[in-house]
Design a protein around this ligand. Structure first.
Ligand code: GUN
Ligand code: FE
Length: 422
């Protein structure tokens, strides 16, 4: 299928470089980008019969990537955020996740969850399910049907959790294997991912089995790391022989280039060195970190170190799926870090936040996040004509920044891997 989108195209090529093409042609073949052409006469003739979608003067940008969120927390989004992480989990989250042992609850809830993801600005997701394999598989069926791209994990928990969310160690491992086997060959855009919740809720034996299984089969892994001070001290008590929380994941074979670690607020320099060496991804979740008073991740430092970083909504510790709002939050948090924590680390720019929300997280999925030849054709078209009345901004990145802060825009079109879903 050949398509051409006409409009004002921009993307972040590097943290320091935005590419802008006013009223130009973005040419797609099937699910991939062919190129951007400033004049119609430059488009190769084989695209003479392509479908032309005319979005003159509208903004065309890459679809966003949400690198961390929890599907079974969707119904408790936007309230109960008066506690820190460990109490928040015990009082609010675990009783809610328990409900997903019931398939009819999961069915109803995941319909609304997937509908919200579909209507959001994100095209790619890395999602925690619950410990309940059948509900997780149901979620994957719905995600596949939506056209979105996602990793979904059956969560593992065999200790320090309420009885109703505590698995037997071997059952937890066997259910994970069965989860992967059930997914094999079933989906095109939906992939299983190994998901130990975090070290406090997984025994050493379970962590070791999950890490070895993931390594032997080259599977992706996601978990939480260094989110909250009480959590970090608890891990020290649980694993007194480990040099650090990060070192512990490494020792369980859970830290490599297929790993996403959510948060990374409190890592020391040696832990950051291990993350860099492993080429693991960090899901920075600024909205969540302020809601749960977790802390401020030193995002400028991570960019300076060249770590792989993307952004995550962390629903429901984060209250919004709106990636533009999360980008703004990441900038605000970096300003607080600079002002209150360490004036060595300058605030990040709007383009740097745009980079994190597209290429930063997108690299986990492959060639995703740039509008360059060979990249996946996952694209948003935004109408900011309300903001163009009276005062016309010249650069496209300033228009996007203004959309982001004011919310005065309409989402006109959302393509995921070349398929129009809005
Ligand atoms: N750490 C372990 N589980 C969770 C969770 O559900 N949300 C957050 N934000 N952190 C966690
Ligand atoms: Fe989380």
């Amino acid at each position: 299928m050949k398509k051409i989108l006409y409009g004002s195209i921009l993307y972040s090529a590097t943290p320091n470089e935005v590419k802008e093409f006013k009223n130009s042609y973005l040419v797609l073949r099937d699910d991939l980008i062919v190129g951007i052409y400033e004049r119609a006469s430059d488009i190769p003739s084989e695209f003479n019969d392509a479908i032309l979608l005319d979005y003159r003067d509208k903004l065309i940008i890459p679809g966003f990537v949400d690198l961390h969120l929890h599907a079974p927390q969707f119904q408790i989004t936007g309230f109960q955020m008066d506690l820190e992480l460990l109490d928040w989990l015990n009082y609010y989250v675990f009783p809610e996740e328990r409900k997903y042992s019931n398939l009819s609850y999961a069915d109803k809830s995941y319909d609304s969850f997937v509908a919200s993801l579909k209507n959001s600005l994100s095209c790619y997701f890395s999602i925690f399910g619950s410990i309940h394999k059948d509900s997780d598989l149901l979620l994957m069926d719905k995600l596949e049907e939506s056209g979105l791209v996602s990793f979904v994990g059956k969560v593992n928990m065999d200790r320090n959790s309420p009885d109703y969310l505590t698995e037997n160690t071997n059952t937890s491992m066997n259910e994970t294997i069965s989860f992967f086997e059930k997914c094999r060959g079933k989906y095109k855009n939906t992939y299983p991912i190994v998901t130990p919740r975090f070290i406090p809720s997984c025994s050493d034996a379970l962590m070791k089995m999950l890490g070895e299984y993931a390594m032997a089969n080259e599977l992706p892994i996601q978990s939480h790391l260094d989110e909250n001070p009480n959590e970090v001290s608890w891990v020290k008590e649980l694993l007194p022989k480990s040099k650090s929380y990060t070192e512990a994941y490494k020792s369980f074979s859970c830290l490599n280039e297929r790993t996403i670690m959510a948060h990374c607020v409190w890592n020391n320099d040696e832990e950051l060195r291990l993350i860099k060496e492993a080429k693991a991804f960090i899901a920075h979740c600024p909205t969540s970190n302020s809601n749960l008073s977790s802390g401020i991740a030193p995002i400028r430092k991570y960019l300076d170190l060249g770590l792989n970083v993307g952004l995550g909504s962390d629903i429901a510790a984060g209250h919004t799926l709106d990636m533009l709002e999360i980008m703004d939050n990441s900038i605000e948090m970096s300003k607080m870090y600079w002002r209150y924590v360490d004036n060595k680390y300058k605030p990040i720019s709007f383009n740097e936040a745009f980079y994190l929300a597209t290429v930063g997280g997108g690299s986990y999925f492959g060639s995703v996040g740039r509008l360059e030849p060979g990249y996946e054709a996952s694209i948003l078209v935004l109408d900011d004509s309300l903001l163009q009345e009276g005062y016309y901004l010249d650069t496209l990145i300033e228009r996007l920044e203004r959309i982001s802060y004011t919310k005065k825009y309409k989402l006109l079109c959302k393509l995921v891997r070349g398929k129009k879903i809005i």
